[in-house]
Design a protein around this ligand. Structure first.
Ligand code: ATP
Ligand code: MG
Length: 481
């Protein structure tokens, strides 16, 4: 086993010689025996011992206590004081330098040996403890979660960089502060209360308000620090920033909600058609066989539309596609418009509304003026239905429809003579769920869906309206030459 090395600092030559001899006899190695503080520090620079035996009363500019203080600052070496008398005042001064022991002169060999062995052992334990603390602190500092430890009263004793980033306080400003002044949880003004109780609830979906006022969603745990006697020493709070996850979930929920609302909205028009036309049939309004067949064709077409919505939706869900399927194909807009108008005829008749299509263009009926576009049949149909259903809903006596080709564009205009839309709502009218205060039923999704479809087809939509006179929506979309 390697001999433990000792530096002896003693200015009385005879005593120094004695100590040296005694130590060697016990089995220690002496790195040096010096008489002044300065010599001691120089010796330490060259040859490091495991322990220093230091006479308190040294001659020279530095006494033993000052020298021990300097050693403590620069080296991690335990010091034992040698002293001839136990003067209270001197001992008080010596205590501040945290010595590992005192030996009173004259000393016995066994006393010397025991004090040195205890000091070496204590120092070894202390070094291990320091090492553990360093390791733990490095782990806590580099961990991805925010960690704050408080004492029994809730004052912060430790805070890692993730927690300082989250709360907006630096380590320097946070340490020693009460947890309530650093960790501000929305709706929970007294986090500190849980630090002083052994009951620790979980932190779930809570919101931290940082020093700058930012809101951060967190999840985490509060755990008590219990000492060996079983009493509460303090509290550790560990939490994770879940803001991104939370926003993602919120966005997903909004998308789902919006999808379901649009879906139900789209199903409504064919159901209205089926209801209107079957009533017409039952009321005996279809006299000839042709009229009866026409009604059944419309009912069959509307049922087909419902089936189509159900099938495309299940297909999208099964394949985890985007919720708004887009299958552009060549489609005849004039035919599509005619079939949509047909759906609303019973309702218009019931309300005594006159429908005029392409009045002033001196153009042919819709069936005879082909206008083709590349578009998603289902989406374009829903778009047209939404515009016409609004016109039917708000018209007094008249609806005017215009479908034209202007250059490379198809131009659709839907106008009614209803109450109009006040100018102040024009900017908001295409927003999801927006309805003017005097709206009649509905969800406020129709025009939102119209705008999305128009944009998807690289078209534009505009609104012109004069209150109590008319409302006109105009759509332009690229068409096939
Ligand atoms: N032709 C119109 N005349 C007067 N106001 C209209 C007209 N079209 C739309 N609006 C106003 O715009 C709002 C939004 O229309 P939108 O079609 O988006 O919703 P909605 O018709 O109320 O409900 P739904 O979701 O059933 O279509 C309506 O609530 C209404 O106030
Ligand atoms: Mg509508």
């Amino acid at each position: 086993m390697l001999k433990k090395k000792i530096l002896v600092v003693e200015d009385e030559a005879i005593i120094a010689k004695d100590i040296k001899k005694c130590l060697e006899l016990i089995g220690y190695e002496i790195t040096a025996a010096v008489a002044t503080g300065q010599e001691a520090l120089e010796s330490l620079n060259h040859n490091k011992p495991d322990l220093v035996l230091m006479d308190i009363m040294l001659n020279g500019p530095q006494d033993g206590i000052e020298t021990a203080d300097a050693i403590k600052l620069r080296f991690d070496i335990p010091v034992i004081y040698l002293t001839a008398y136990a003067d209270e005042q001197i001992l008080e001064r010596a205590k501040i330098t945290e010595p590992f022991g005192y030996i009173l002169k004259p000393f016995e060999e066994t006393e010397l040996r025991t004090t040195i062995e205890i000091a070496l052992y204590k120092h070894k334990l202390q070094s291990r403890l320091k090492e553990n603390q360093r390791w733990l602190s490095t782990v806590l500092m580099s961990i991805g979660d925010a960690i704050i430890a408080t004492d029994r009263e809730g004052c912060i004793e430790f805070i890692n960089p993730v927690a300082t980033n989250l709360t907006g306080y630096t380590q320097e400003t946070a340490l020693g502060k009460h947890i309530n002044d650093v960790l501000k949880l929305e709706g929970h003004s007294n986090v500190g209360a849980v630090c002083t109780h052994s009951f620790k609830p979980d932190i779930k979906d809570m919101v931290v308000v940082s020093k700058a006022g930012d809101k951060i969603y967190i999840n985490g745990r509060i755990s008590p620090i219990i000492n060996e006697t079983g009493s509460l020493e303090g509290t550790v709070l560990a939490f994770t920033d879940i803001t991104e996850k939370k926003l993602y979930e919120e966005n997903l929920n909004n998308q789902r909600e919006s999808f379901i609302s649009v879906l139900l909205h789209d199903l409504k028009t064919p159901v209205i058609a089926i209801k209107g036309y079957s009533n017409r049939y039952l009321e005996g309004k279809a006299k000839t066989d042709k009229e009866k067949t026409d009604i059944l064709k419309i009912i069959s077409g509307a049922s087909g539309d419902i089936l189509n919505v159900i099938e495309t939706t299940s297909h999208s869900l099964k394949n985890k596609n985007t919720l708004m399927a887009f299958n552009p194909k060549e489609l005849k807009f004039n035919e599509l418009l005619a079939s949509v108008l047909n759906v609303f005829i019973p309702e218009m008749e019931k309300r005594g509304i006159e429908l005029i299509v392409n009045e002033d263009t001196a153009l042919q009926p819709l069936e005879e003026m082909p206008v083709s576009i590349i578009g998603d049949y289902y989406q374009v149909k829903t778009m047209t239905e939404n515009l016409i259903s609004n016109a039917v809903k708000y018209a007094n006596k008249l609806i005017k429809i215009k479908l034209q080709r202007i250059g490379n564009e198809v131009f659709l205009s839907v106008e009614d003579d209803g109450r109009g839309i006040e100018q102040c709502y024009h900017d908001k009218i295409f927003e999801e769920y927006f309805q003017t205060p005097e709206s009649v039923k509905g969800t406020g999704l129709g025009l939102y869906s119209v705008k999305r479809v128009v944009e998807k087809h690289k078209g534009t939509i505009s609104l012109m309206s004069v209150v109590e006179k008319y409302t006109r929506f105009e759509i332009k979309m690229p068409c096939i030459k």
